[in-house]
Design a protein around this ligand. Structure first.
Ligand code: PLP
Length: 636
């Protein structure tokens, strides 16, 4: 169809270019970056004014869509509609696709829509039809196993041709009809109409429809075998990176000897021989438990003695002024999940630092949220309050509620601890933000008892009590490290609310979520912690034992820092804790080289993380210079 020329076409495109991809070929293999998430991606080839793809995008906001329209004066309409309706899950490019492999890599898409494409009626033009077998083959190649092509046309002859091509190509037809809008058809695609389709329908013209995919899927073979969950749009990740590296470290140690390998991957405190440290005093309590202390279900929110004990564990000598409520969680992780799911809305962004513990992202992704990052450090190597503020304001502008996760002290992966001044500056920001917006400030204190003096590192707690009423501080406490109960999955989320009503809502909503995710938590771990706090002598013993290991960890951290300083290796600002990080441009390449030398560390997006908790003091003295040498070598 010929389109009218549009006045000021380029200016209008420019003014609505938020979702426009100007160089789509450059995104080959990286389309997920264009959306900033890992969700499935569907492509419509020949989107016209975008009615179909935008209706799809509205119905499935948890999925990404690419609209491709070669005519700029038509594609402009899509840009305008996306801009006007503020649609976030659509990207548009305005090119005619001749070779789809130039735009997408194998398996990159989850499906393709071909709607009312040019029938090219002359036989000698058959190869130009989008459903010609040669085209179908190249489309299928960029669709992941299990993904399908959906094709609609009013042209009966083109439809017959297409069915023939589909059969000849050996594809499996999943759904097909010559009358999509006829009474018997319950095909989903019927709900999403193109501009053409509506017009044809008004003229009582039948619409042909077929959905098909590669056949080997049905047979459960080859590249199509593992598709049960993916078919539902679930992310199927590759092997867990950290465990993969750690396994390679173990394999190498078995081959060349433990003394020639440094395994700085695992976030658990190990002795110098690589053995997990378990507090003896805690172990004794565990072994003394009677069946009625571990076997029965615990109440969903936790056993009452545990709730009291865990507050003392989290707050130390500080007595919170606000209204506190406790909900037991499986480790610190459970508290993060419960906070994100209850204090943000589906589709919201959760604010975290740009150096962050990867499961924050997994949790958000799992429940339909995304993360947004602020730059953690400023040029003076301190907490970047300006960028934090900028991101808070930006998110409060577009969201009614906001979850912020701050991991301090002894942050994973950098070892940084926010100062009391940093916390006061955060408070000052919230005093000026709109009071009708709700902020859940999740303080992830997983490493608080391994940073240094336990009371000194709790000095920020009173600042949380001074936050305005619309800010709800939640302490995410983990018994994994403090009591060396990693595998017992014990932790708690504790609110510091300004009113009893907020605290009561916290209790009810978090318990409801717990019931719907893991039911109740581990009773034996709760009993152990309750017993420790009920017996001052035992508590003193646990504290003393932990303090000795903490000193060991602090020595390792200082050794790593000193060695880095000596060889001129820049570290990400470090204070204390289980981890230290080194910034660099190509962490994967450096990590690969280090592995060859028997040093196993974790490459992150912006650097390498060393788990000093699992490295001996000697290794901490040696590793920085080795990292520096590899970086220098690769830079040449
Ligand atoms: N937060 C951070 C930053 C962590 O590194 C961890 C554990 O590694 C946790 C929370 C919670 O861990 P868990 O669920 O084992 O208590």
């Amino acid at each position: 169809m010929r389109q009218r020329n549009i006045k000021n076409l380029q200016e209008r495109i420019e003014a609505n270019s938020g979702c426009l991809i100007r160089d789509p070929k450059a995104l080959k293999g990286r389309w997920r970056e264009a959306f900033g998430n890992d969700r499935p991606i569907f492509l419509e080839i020949g989107s016209g004014k975008g009615r179909y793809v935008l209706a799809r995008a509205e119905a499935r906001q948890d999925v990404n869509f690419i609209a491709c329209e070669g005519q700029e004066n038509v594609g402009l309409r899509i840009l305008e509609k996306v801009e006007e309706a503020q649609i976030s899950n659509v990207r548009v490019f305005m090119e005619f696709i001749h070779d789809i492999s130039e735009y997408f890599k194998e398996d990159e898409l989850d499906g393709i829509y071909l709607n009312f494409s040019d029938p090219w009626p002359k036989e000698r033009h058959a190869k130009r039809r989008l459903t010609h077998r040669r085209n179908l083959k190249s489309f299928m190649k960029v669709i992941r196993p299990g993904g399908a092509i959906e094709f609609k046309t009013d042209n009966d002859r083109l439809y017959e041709f297409s069915l023939e091509e589909i059969k000849e190509s050996g594809y499996e037809i999943m759904e097909a009809t010559r009358d999509l809008h006829g009474e018997v058809s319950a095909i989903e695609s019927k709900k999403f109409m193109t501009e053409y389709e509506e017009r044809f329908l008004a003229q009582n013209k039948n619409i042909n429809y077929v959905k098909f995919r590669e056949k080997s899927l049905a047979a459960g073979k080859g590249r199509h075998s593992m598709i049960f969950a993916r078919e539902n749009g679930r992310t199927v990740p590759k092997e867990d990176k950290i465990f993969g590296i750690s396994n390679r470290a173990k394999e190498m140690a078995a081959k060349v000897g433990k003394d020639k390998v440094v395994n700085g991957t695992i976030g658990a405190l190990m002795d110098d021989d690589g053995k997990l440290i378990v507090l003896d005093s805690v172990d004794k309590v565990f072994k003394s438990l009677k069946p009625d202390e571990y076997a029965p279900y615990a109440p969903i929110g936790g056993i009452p003695e545990f709730k009291e004990a865990i507050k003392k564990a989290a707050f130390g000598k500080y007595e919170p002024k606000g209204f506190t409520e406790v909900c037991a969680t499986p480790g610190g992780t459970g508290g993060i999940r419960n906070t994100v799911s209850n204090y943000s809305a589906p589709g919201d962004r959760v604010l975290v630092a740009d150096w962050f513990w990867a499961p924050y992202k997994t949790i958000c992704q799992e429940i339909g949220r995304e993360i947004q990052t602020f730059t953690f450090f400023n040029d003076e190597r301190g907490f970047n309050i300006d960028d934090f503020k900028k991101n808070v304001l930006e998110l409060l502008e577009i969201q009614d509620s906001l979850v912020i996760i701050i991991n301090s002290p002894a942050h994973n992966p950098t070892g940084y601890s926010l100062s009391v001044t940093d916390w006061r500056n955060i408070k000052a920001i919230f005093e000026k933000t709109p009071q009708d917006k709700h902020v859940a400030l999740f303080c992830d204190v997983a490493y608080i008892d391994f940073a240094g003096d336990e009371e000194q590192y709790r000095q920020f707690l009173p600042v949380l009590d001074e936050m305005p009423e619309n800010v709800l501080p939640i302490i995410g406490y983990s018994a994994s490290k403090t009591f060396t109960l990693y595998g017992m999955r014990c932790g708690a989320m504790i609110c510091m609310a300004k009113t009893p009503a907020i605290a009561q809502e916290f209790k009810q909503v978090t318990e409801f979520s717990s019931r719907g995710s893991w039911s109740n938590c581990n009773r034996s771990a709760q009993t152990i912690i309750a017993k420790i706090f009920a017996d001052p002598d035992l508590k003193a013993l646990v504290d003393k034992e932990r303090a000795e290991y903490r000193e060991m960890l602090i020595r390792r951290g200082k050794a790593f820092e000193a060695a880095a300083r000596e060889c001129g290796l820049e570290m990400v600002p470090f204070d204390a804790g289980f981890f230290a990080s080194v910034p660099m441009a190509d962490p994967d390449a450096v990590s690969k080289e280090l592995e060859k030398e028997g040093i196993f560390l974790v490459p992150l997006a912006k650097g390498i993380r060393a788990s000093i908790a699992s490295m001996s003091e000697e290794s901490c003295k040696m590793v920085p210079a080795r990292i520096k040498a590899v970086m220098d070598r690769l830079a040449k």
